[in-house]
Write a protein that binds this ligand. Structure first.
Ligand code: PLP
Length: 389
């Protein structure tokens, strides 16, 4: 659908052509099982290990610290459950600190651990969607075993001060483990696990948010961190994730990591400029429009726009008809759409949250597309407003 304007990259990114090209042989001639001793297995093993090294290089980590998973959801569940379940098994008290703005992959994993006996604190963000270090400091307890705070929020793009939060947590207790869901930061921000993020012990990535295929992910597990596996089976991924590897997916993720490493600076600068140009135009052309989390540091591709008096769900449908794919930050639960938990945690009313929607650009987004979107969106808002009045 070449005429469509895709502004929903935080939901999923298109596959890069070079990623697809790298994957293709692994659907064909290179089909060996990487655990097989024969040559066709060993060739595949070598390719998987090259992909692992590429992901490690993107994170400034060691290859053996990279665990391939089926995506961000599995990585998040593995991190939380893998660290905290052993405390429950030993009957020791365990406290987890997370935030109210996490993705449901973290929130529901935390809820499940809570039902099993883990104490959980959900930190509220500031009105700009950021977790304040002082709030973390106040929440730390002697038996806090883990903190899990996302690096970039999927709805607002707000970047959390993970380096600082991790330092604080380690100063409180050097044995406490720090996890960050970096799914919306992969390929958008530089992630240096030997530098700024040297106090981060576990980090989740998802392939389909960084131009690799859906159903692929990574959990970085710092050397020395022990993790109880979620799955039981073979000794894959150094006993941390049983199951024959998704070889084509892993190869795609490795290639995407190489591209991200090469193009991060240039790609981010271009996206920042394009996103800011879009925001400026939309704010000029839509009376009353406001950017949610505007004064937070944000990833370069995300805008969350609130348009008073507009039902964002209706706007998304109208934009879809006009050829624009955007997203309504809400979860459909039991057939009813709930206002975004992220926006309401930031202090927006349900009505304000329901009038907010997200535009997220990809590396493939062009200036022409943004110019067209900045014509179509204000016109659609005007039509909805005139119907409502
Ligand atoms: N964490 C965040 C911040 C996300 O945005 C998403 C997906 O939207 C996930 C986790 C889940 O990742 P996956 O779709 O790969 O399971």
């Amino acid at each position: 659908m070449p005429d469509r304007i895709y502004l929903d990259a935080n939901a999923t990114t298109p596959l890069l052509p070079e990623v697809l090209e790298a994957m293709l042989p692994f659907f064909g001639v290179s089909f060996g099982n990487p655990s097989s001793a024969h040559r066709s297995g060993q060739r595949t093993r070598a390719a998987v290990e090259r992909a692992r090294a590429a992901v490690a290089a993107l994170l400034n980590a060691q290859a053996k610290e990279i665990v391939f998973t089926s995506g961000g959801t599995e990585s998040d569940n593995l991190a939380l459950s893998g660290v905290l379940q052993p405390y429950l098994d030993r009957g020791e008290p365990a406290h987890l600190i997370t935030s109210a703005i996490e993705h449901h992959a973290i929130l529901y994993a935390a809820e499940s651990l809570e039902k099993r006996g883990v104490e959980v604190t959900y930190l509220a963000p500031t009105s700009d969607g950021v977790i304040a270090p002082d709030d973390l400091q106040d929440a730390l307890r002697p038996h806090t075993r883990m903190i899990s705070i996302m690096l970039a929020n999927n709805e607002t793009g707000a970047i959390q001060p993970i380096g600082k939060l991790a330092r604080l947590a380690k100063a409180h207790n050097a044995n406490l483990l720090v996890h960050t869901d970096a799914v919306q930061a992969g390929g958008k921000l530089s992630l240096d696990l030997a530098g700024e993020f040297k106090n981060v012990d576990l980090l989740s990535l998802s392939g389909h948010k960084m131009y690799a295929p859906q159903g692929t992910g990574v959990l970085f597990v710092r050397k020395g961190v022990s993790l109880a596996p979620l799955f039981h089976g073979g000794p894959h991924e150094r006993q941390r994730r049983a199951g024959t590897e998704n070889v084509p997916g892993i190869i795609g993720l490795g290639r995407a990591a190489e591209v991200a490493r090469d193009s991060l600076t240039f790609g981010s600068t271009r996206l920042f400029a394009l996103r800011d140009q879009m925001e400026t135009k939309l704010l000029q052309r839509i009376p009353g429009a406001v950017v949610n989390a505007a004064s937070a540091l944000r990833v370069p591709n995300t805008t969350n726009l609130r348009i008073p008096g507009i039902d964002a769900e209706s706007l998304i449908i109208a934009l879809d008809v006009q050829g624009i794919a955007a997203s309504f930050g809400a979860a459909c639960q039991s057939g009813a759409t709930e206002p975004s938990h992220v926006l309401t945690a930031m202090g927006l009313t349900s009505e304000e949250a329901r009038s907010s929607f997200r535009l997220s650009l990809s590396q493939m987004t062009t200036t022409e597309e943004i110019e067209r979107a900045c014509e179509i969106i204000p016109a659609a808002v005007q039509r909805l407003r005139s119907v409502a009045s």
